[in-house]
Write a protein that binds this ligand. Structure first.
Ligand code: ACM
Length: 492
């Protein structure tokens, strides 16, 4: 009855009783998984009887993230070929505990997709660090293995960057926020802000890795940068213009310049980001970037002329290509949002593409040779309300909509090695209208459970069967304090 559904389960009679005398034995390489399990089962510091829960690395098993679990009345045996596999097995054990017992069974399990991501937008609303730690742990429970942390946007810059203090002194704060959707004209009059130090982010990375979760940071460019421009106007196209950190939502025409100062800034930020986040991927945005300012700013026109571009719009692909090159030198792969029209201008080769508008963009990026993360908004934008009335998008995305999402629809291939294909799927928690952790929890659950099942399971979808598992799983989430308590409703 767990989420996500394991690939193969063989139930057996009986149960393994958990009591404080139980000892966990970890073979070399399994120590971190054992420590995590001990914490979850309350066995930390226990000694006494002979080991009865064994964790070990094996030479053979079901894929790099797979694991095998054998629970008998006297013994629990968890094996995997990697630490990641063991960590997933630990989450299965955590989910199986019922009445201080583990049911006897055998499980052989592995995911269908390597990237099972969640975007959390901490730019529109800063989220407390403790919530990020809890969120990562609840992601791990669902075997969601990528936290795409959206760290910067028009409304806030949330990561401390050495040598650029105004990014957080100025860019992390705004005097108020628009209430309701873009263009509502209503503001709350309440200052908002906050940021994370590099040390705090490193510690988050460490805790996430101990749970098998990779954090992929996103630094938005060349659009969605008003917070950076408020801090350092010289990064823009019209350095004499003074901007505030944006208090509204929507798409801003204020974007980065393409002059040497702006490029040097971005490279410095990416170097520091790569230093804090060891993930092989860094997301550099690229979405919703009107290029009007590049058609008017003398420095941008000069850059376009120098590059022989008669259309300054081509600077968009060029800019992303420059940053993808910088990341390649740092040993990282750039990830960009698929954008309408971007393909004509050329999505930089070798970048991973997040297909957010619709799955067709993902399919065409695969045809162009890219690896793709499927994130079509109608199925994966959890900021859309789960029930009527629809929120600011006008779209309702129900639990069933999310569950019914198939990232491989149309027979798309799973990306293997460096070959093009679907690398994975991702759910999005944008927070324009989610000011607190409880708002985020309300948007996430239970739809994130449906997403996790979709991204992991290899069995055919069965919505009624999923709802039965979900009912049990919601009790577990409640026990973990993962569900909202204070806010009755998300703001429309
Ligand atoms: C996006 O929703 N602008 C990626």
């Amino acid at each position: 009855m767990i989420i996500p559904s394991p690939h193969h389960v063989e139930p057996r009679p009986g149960a393994f009783p958990l009591h404080p005398g139980r000892r966990i034995s970890c073979a070399p390489g399994a120590e971190r998984a054992g420590e995590l399990l001990a914490g979850y089962l309350g066995l930390r510091g226990a000694n006494g009887s002979a080991p009865s829960i064994w964790l070990e690395l094996a030479s053979r098993g079901p894929g790099p993230e797979g694991y095998q679990l054998d629970i008998r009345p006297q013994q629990v045996h968890l094996t995997a070929t990697t630490e990641t596999g063991l960590l997933h097995g630990v989450q299965t054990l955590r989910s199986l505990v019922s009445g201080n017992r583990l049911p006897c069974l055998r499980i052989r399990d592995a995911p269908r997709l390597p990237w099972r991501g969640v975007l959390l937008d901490v730019a529109r609303h800063h989220m407390p660090l403790e919530f990020l730690h809890q969120f990562v742990d609840v992601m791990a429970l669902h075997k969601l293995n990528v936290l795409h942390l959206h760290l910067t946007d028009d409304q806030g810059w949330r990561m401390e960057i050495a040598g650029w203090p105004r990014l957080v002194d100025v860019g992390a704060w705004r005097p108020e926020s628009m209430i309701g959707p873009a263009g509502s004209g209503e503001f709350d009059g309440m200052p908002h802000g906050g940021y994370y130090t590099q040390a705090e982010l490193r510690e988050l990375v460490r805790c996430a890795a101990a749970r098998g979760v990779m954090i992929v940071p996103e630094i938005e460019m060349p659009g969605h940068v008003r917070a950076a421009l408020a801090a350092y106007p010289e990064l823009g196209n019209f350095p004499e213009r003074r901007l505030q950190v944006w208090t509204s939502w929507g798409i801003s025409e204020d974007i980065l310049g393409v002059h040497d100062t702006a490029l040097a800034f971005c490279r410095d930020v990416l170097r520091q980001v790569a230093n804090v986040f060891p993930a092989p991927y860094v997301h550099i945005g690229g979405d919703e970037c009107p290029t009007t300012q590049w058609s008017n700013a003398p420095s941008a026109l000069a850059r376009a002329a120098e590059l022989g571009f008669d259309d300054p719009g081509r600077l968009h692909g060029w800019f992303l290509g420059q940053m993808a090159d910088t990341l390649r030198e740092l040993g990282r792969t750039a990830v960009c949002w698929a954008e309408t029209g971007q393909h004509a201008g050329g999505m930089p080769a070798g970048t991973v593409v997040t297909a957010w508008r619709d799955a067709a963009h993902g399919a065409s990026a695969i045809a162009d040779g890219h690896q793709v993360i499927m994130a079509p908004h109608r199925s994966t934008y959890l900021d859309y309300r789960p029930e009527e009335p629809a929120g600011h998008s006008g779209i309702v995305t129900t639990v069933a909509d999310v569950y019914g999402f198939d990232p491989l629809a149309g027979g798309l291939p799973v990306a293997a090695g460096s070959r093009p294909g679907v690398l994975g799927a991702q759910a999005q928690l944008w927070t324009e209208l989610a000011p607190t952790p409880d708002h985020v929890r309300r948007l996430a659950f239970p739809r994130l459970c449906a997403f996790a099942d979709t991204a992991w399971r290899t069995t055919a979808p069965d919505y009624d069967e999923f709802r039965r598992r979900l009912a049990v799983h919601m009790d577990l989430l409640d026990a973990l304090n993962a569900l909202p308590t204070t806010c009755a409703e998300t703001t429309p």
